[in-house]
Design a protein around this ligand. Structure first.
Ligand code: NCD
Length: 427
């Protein structure tokens, strides 16, 4: 097979080299300008391992009007991702081997990136009895991450059983930490602003109390817990304590919680309505620090496409959720790299290495060294682009960054040596 030479690419932002991709792996790492093969000019571009998303809503089956596996994974590749975890809150819910295999197969057929289906923890996400976790783990989809995302596994006995069950196949329970009674009817962050705007508040303690309980349960049964989209300073503090004790807990934060805050609710534009809600400026700062010091292991998009009618009209009636796949790397650069909190190696760790490790995805999140799978993204950190919702590959338009200029552009993405994106467009 002809080699592809990523000419003068800068792995992790370091010195330029020629990365030679052949037969699906990084075949050689040579002095810049010396590799031979089909050349991609990567001068000035940062090379990172292909990004891995722990939290993507692909909406298929059930809401193909908002997204499909094909359109969602296309958006993923354009965002620099070589693998995504597809959330289970589909219709039907991904709570059986049949549904997760269907999603996994659709991902293979689309071919834009690997799709790792997430299995539901409970049947129908109803929080009443465990789904067939073992059958999903043993299916062709090889499920390792289980989540009732959008719904919290609030029953302590069920949560304990789920944590115990997944130990058998090294699975992880990804908890959407939201105490249901404390968040009934909640619309935005609880605080002075929610009072002023007349929108029912979602208190931080609704998230923090579940995280604290789950950490204790995990420690008790000796299992693995992952906390989805952490959004408060208090959650970061609890996670920091748990990690100091060496507990097997990991956590993710979304790009939007690292950049946007609750003041956007004052627009009453439901594009800013999301679950968990945008928080205070102090929370945003604590989340950034948490990512920088490793308390938060991963950045995960929570890409949540919604059809136009579900986001129009009154805030209280709109569905929560924002697009994320095509802007994640740019937002990470803006919030973390350009602020000096993280270098490119840190970005690779949070957006590729850690999510692959947490999801137990073989062949993803690997170093850019000889013999490793050639999953690579090339990003131009000097580029600037203005987000045009109509130009996104996602089937939905609910980006919170419409009209906003962002730094950093994905130039190319390679999945096992094959270009899925070249010159910023689908290959
Ligand atoms: N994150 C979101 O705001 N929305 C999620 C589900 C959810 O977490 O409520 C979705 O599926 O749209």
């Amino acid at each position: 097979m002809t080699a592809t030479v990523l000419r003068a690419a800068r792995p992790y932002g370091g010195d330029p080299v020629d990365l030679v991709l052949r037969d699906g792996v990084v075949a050689e790492v040579l002095p810049a300008g010396t590799g031979s093969g089909s050349v991609v000019d990567a001068d000035g571009l940062v090379a990172l391992p292909g990004l891995v998303d722990l939290h993507t809503h692909l909406r298929e089956p059930g809401r193909e009007d908002a997204e499909t596996v094909e359109t969602g994974t296309r958006a993923a590749a354009l965002g620099g991702f070589t693998a995504v975890h597809a959330m289970a809150n589909t219709d039907p819910v991904a709570d059986t081997a049949g549904v997760v295999e269907q999603v996994w197969r659709l991902g293979r057929e689309a071919g834009h990136c690997d799709v790792a289906p997430v299995g539901a923890v409970t049947v129908g996400l109803r929080g009443e009895r465990l789904a067939e976790l073992g059958a999903m783990a043993e299916s062709a989809a090889r499920v390792r991450v289980f989540s009732d995302d959008g719904h919290c596994v609030s029953d302590a006995v069920l949560m304990r059983r789920a944590l115990e069950y997944v130990k058998a196949f090294d699975g992880v329970i990804a908890q959407h930490a939201q105490e249901p009674r404390l968040t009934e009817g909640a619309q935005m962050n609880e605080g002075a602003l929610s009072g002023v705007l007349g929108l029912k508040g979602w208190p931080s303690v609704a998230e923090e109390s579940v995280i604290a309980r789950d950490i204790l349960l995990t420690a008790h049964v000796g299992s693995r817990l992952h906390v989805c989209h952490v959004s408060t300073a208090g959650s970061v503090e609890i996670l920091r304590l748990a990690k100091e004790r060496g507990l097997a807990v990991t956590a993710e934060v979304t790009p939007h919680h690292l950049l946007l805050d609750e003041e956007l609710a004052a627009t009453y534009d439901a594009v800013y309505k999301v679950n968990p809600p945008l928080r205070s400026k102090a929370d945003v700062e604590a989340l950034r620090q948490g990512v920088a010091d490793g308390t938060i292991d991963a950045i995960a998009t929570d890409h949540a496409p919604h059809a136009g009618e579900d986001k129009e009209g009154e805030w209280a009636h709109a569905l929560p959720g924002m697009l994320g796949l095509e802007t994640a790397l740019s937002v990470a650069q803006l919030a973390l790299v350009d602020t000096g909190l993280l270098d490119w190696a840190g970005v690779a760790e949070r957006l590729s290495v850690a999510p692959a490790r947490i999801g137990r995805l073989a062949g993803q999140g690997r170093p850019l060294s000889v013999g490793e799978p050639a999953n690579v993204v090339l990003v131009d950190p000097a580029a600037r682009w203005t987000v045009d919702p109509a130009a996104l590959a996602s089937k939905s338009r609910n980006t919170p960054y419409a009209g906003r200029e962002l730094p950093g552009r994905v130039v190319a993405t390679f999945l096992r040596g094959r270009a899925t994106v070249l010159d910023g467009a689908l290959a």
